[in-house]
Design a protein around this ligand. Structure first.
Ligand SMILES: [Zn+2]
Ligand SMILES: [Zn+2]
Length: 347
């Protein structure tokens, strides 16, 4: 055996036992692991600031960590929460970068750390054992460590963990009584949740609503959905498909035709066609997976004569909608150049 060898930066002598050698190597690897974790956090924060995830067709850090980096959902969540908090409290990022805190310690204080108390909480995160730290955080923010969870416990059975405020808890008890009465059989909390979900989805899911509307005769003598949004429960969901969100190009000086709401039947058709999912397709051919924060986008803008027609509308998530409107528009640029407007003023 050689008198000494250097691996992972550790020095071994002839008297080093295999146990000590493995221990030293583990310590070295752990240092590298934590340094790498800090570097990855910094990397993700930069990508987030520069909005690279959008161009790469990821909805954000969580999506990117999970799908691209193959991190677990828990790890993806830790990176996301610490990266987001770093906007408000850059000291938390610095603490991870300098090795004062691990990512795991940093994410525990995210619910309570702010600009004024960061020194105190970084110190606590460094010194206190995990349980004690969690107890202190929870004392200040009771919601901090309640993690919602849906876990499969059998082939067709999952366990749901959520936290409820007093009103929601009272509603749950009231609905348990109502459902038991209705079925003439004691209803469990699970029965109430399953039943409530069915009812709510049937009422608010735009796809379910759109399917029901297909083939339905238009109501005569009554105002249509778009004209009485308050009365239609599903319009609350559909109105979140906001056709008016068109950043960037609204400041045109041209006189615009007054915008009219998209008729409900047209929205239903677009929702069904696009399956309530963002239609942005990245350069590699993959479609955005986002199914929330969905907007209706006019392919040909309203200000350019585009109308509320199915072929002129597509669903985009909030991020890709903003991206769509941030692209230079050839027509605007050409018109502006003809009028001698500098490019910098064209939005
Ligand atoms: Zn748009
Ligand atoms: Zn999208």
């Amino acid at each position: 055996m050689r008198k000494s060898e250097k691996e992972y930066g550790a020095t071994y002598t002839a008297t080093t036992t295999p146990c000590q050698k493995y221990d030293q190597q583990a310590v070295e690897l752990s240092h590298k692991y934590l340094a790498c974790e800090a570097e990855l956090l910094s990397h993700l924060i930069t990508m987030r600031k520069k909005r690279y995830f959008v161009s790469l067709n990821y909805a954000g850090i969580f999506d990117y960590c999970e799908r691209r980096l193959h991190l677990s959902r828990a790890q993806a969540y830790y990176f996301k929460s610490v990266a987001e908090k770093s906007d408000e409290v850059p000291e938390i990022k610095q603490a991870v970068m300098t090795g004062e805190l691990t990512l795991s310690q940093a994410r525990r204080i995210v619910p309570v750390i702010n600009k004024t108390n960061h020194r105190q909480w970084i110190q606590k995160a460094k010194e206190l054992p995990q349980r004690e730290l969690e107890r202190e955080v929870t004392a200040l923010n009771p919601q901090a460590h309640i993690r919602e969870k849906l876990k499969w416990v059998a082939k067709e059975l999952s366990e749901l963990r959520v936290s409820l405020g007093p009103r929601a808890a009272a509603n749950l008890t009231a609905l348990q009584n109502i459902l038991s009465q209705k079925r003439q059989k004691a209803a469990s909390m699970g029965d109430v949740v399953a039943w409530s979900l069915e009812v709510a989805r049937g009422k608010f899911d735009p796809i379910a609503r759109a399917k029901r509307s297909v083939g339905r005769k238009p109501e005569t003598g009554k105002k249509n959905c778009a004209q009485r949004p308050q009365r239609h429960a599903n319009m609350a969901a559909l109105s979140s498909l906001d056709p008016g969100f068109c950043p960037g190009r609204q400041s045109t000086s041209r006189r615009l035709a007054p915008r009219v709401p998209i008729p409900a039947a047209v929205k239903h058709a677009v929702v069904l066609r696009d399956q309530l999912r963002c239609t942005f397709v990245a350069a590699d051919g993959t479609r955005c997976r986002q199914q929330r924060w969905i907007h209706v986008h006019h392919i040909k803008e309203w200000s350019r004569g585009g109308r509320n027609e199915i072929g002129n509308l597509r669903l985009l998530c909030r991020t890709h909608h903003a991206l769509e409107h941030s692209r230079p528009d050839p027509q605007t640029i050409a018109a502006a150049e003809r009028e001698g407007v500098p490019r910098g003023r064209v939005d």
